[in-house]
Design a protein. Structure first.
Length: 156
């Protein structure tokens, strides 16, 4: 294991506690700290390290949770999408986590589609408007971001 891989793993492990505390308390400070640690883990992990996909997925989930729960900053939604997209692209299709990461990315894309504050394109806005007029049983429910963060619980 290279020094940078080891540093990335150590930084990633340090995200567990803030993510856990965020899940328990809902504290935005804990979520912000977990996102900072996750970003540092991604930044210090070589692009060819297989653990990088997990770090990217968790970082993207943190951005998603922060957008949904606290800030409503378009940059968080876009960061969630781009980070989760990288994670999906780097995860082999036969990896057991691939489907889960696709769902996470789909949720982030659905968020962008459904949130009016994120869309400045009039064509997409009218499509979104017409799709939101369908009966609710035809629309997919958004996953609670807190549930997505439980990947840090240590359960495989």
């Amino acid at each position: 294991m290279s020094l940078s891989s080891s540093l990335g793993a150590t930084l990633f492990e340090s995200t567990n506690e803030p993510f856990k505390r965020y899940g328990e308390s809902g504290s935005s400070d804990e979520l912000d700290q977990a996102i900072r640690y996750a970003q540092q883990a991604v930044d210090s992990t070589p692009s060819n390290d297989p653990k990088r996909t997990k770090y990217l997925a968790d970082l993207g989930t943190g951005y998603y949770a922060r957008f949904v729960t606290y800030r409503k900053e378009p940059s968080d939604a876009e960061s969630a999408i781009s980070t989760l997209d990288q994670s999906v692209k780097l995860t082999p299709a036969d990896d057991p986590e691939h489907a889960h990461r696709l769902v996470q990315l789909g949720d982030a894309l659905l968020l962008r589609f459904n949130d009016k504050s994120l869309d400045t394109n009039p064509t997409t806005s009218s499509v979104r408007s017409s799709s939101m007029n369908r009966p609710s049983r035809q629309r997919r429910q958004t996953i609670n971001p807190t549930l997505l963060l439980w990947s840090h619980s240590g359960i495989p």
